[in-house]
Design a protein around this ligand. Structure first.
Ligand SMILES: Nc1ncnc2c1ncn2[C@@H]1O[C@H](COP(=O)(O)OP(=O)(O)OP(=O)(O)O)[C@@H](O)[C@H]1O
Length: 267
């Protein structure tokens, strides 16, 4: 009888640490993400969530530890090299080209997102155009394709940032607070897009989010950070069972919010 070989995780993080002087923003953190999974990351302000994304995406080098992505040791690689291997990310704050249209933002992201290229040779080929059209449709931005990014309302700006990160069809995308700062109606509008995102070319997703109802409905499993270390890891529905998580992060209202989203089963 042949036994099916267990697939290695797409992302493997081992003992990852980032120290700023005596303070460890990320402290000896280990976890893994399997292909096709959605991992949600939460934690109080200053827990080290964005620093973790900076380490994984090559924005800042770790002090120690190891990151393996899709079989490559990416621990010391620079951000463009990591992006070209198929790991992309979004940022919390506006990170688009304001003076370019929505379509040109996406074309530029797919052009530079897949390999090293030089600006003078900038020609958008058929593949870049078809990838862009696909993402315009997914994000609901087709009717805004010719609008300048700087003129977009915040919810569409967030969707453009998402689109810019996925238009090169990465294997893994890191989303830093994709619905942060949005009102409930805007979150609802984004939830529709996110419900389709999981099926986007088998993409794997790691998402930081403070909006717990959104995060627990979207993620398969969740990890809560506190002082740079792992406080909790488990299925999305397990958060309010952990007393420490309720005490340091959710509080009573957060736990209620989590329970409600599970009951409704909606993003
Ligand atoms: N470049 C830096 N130099 C010094 N300290 C830093 C630097 N970047 C982050 N920190 C510190 O590291 C800790 C973790 O910050 P980080 O931004 O990763 O937290 P976070 O969990 O993303 O917070 P938030 O939810 O508010 O975005 C904080 O104490 C922060 O002040």
């Amino acid at each position: 009888m042949t036994r099916k070989k267990k697939q290695a995780p797409l992302l493997q993080v081992e003992g990852l640490t980032k120290a700023y002087g005596a303070m460890k923003a990320v402290d000896d953190l280990s976890f893994s993400v399997n292909a096709g999974e959605v991992l949600g990351i939460g934690g109080p302000n200053g827990a080290g969530k964005t620093t973790l994304f900076d380490l994984l995406s090559g924005v800042t080098p770790p002090s120690s530890g190891k990151v393996t992505f899709d079989g490559h040791d990416i621990t010391t690689l620079r951000a463009p090299e990591i992006c070209h291997l198929g790991l992309s990310r979004t940022f919390q704050l506006n990170a688009v080209f304001n003076s370019m249209t929505v379509r040109d933002n996406l074309l530029t992201s797919t052009y530079f997102g897949v390999e090293n290229r030089r600006v003078p040779g900038l020609v958008f080929d058929r593949k870049a155009r078809s990838y862009t059209d696909e993402v315009l449709q997914l994000t609901g931005l087709t009717d805004h394709a010719d609008v300048l990014a700087g003129d977009l309302p915040v919810v569409q700006l967030k969707l453009l940032m998402l689109g810019s990160a996925i238009v090169s069809r990465p294997k893994l995308v890191l989303l830093d607070e994709p619905v942060g700062g949005l009102n409930p109606a805007e979150i609802e509008a984004c939830a529709e897009v996110f419900s389709h995102l999981r099926e986007f070319h088998g993409i794997t997703i790691v998402v930081i989010e403070h909006v717990m109802s959104f995060m627990t409905a979207f993620a398969d499993k969740v990890m809560i950070l506190h002082h740079g270390a792992k406080l909790h890891e488990g299925p999305a529905g397990s958060l309010s069972d952990n007393r420490e998580v309720v005490d340091v992060f959710l509080g009573t209202s957060g736990a209620a919010d989590t329970d409600k989203s599970e009951e409704q089963g909606a993003v």
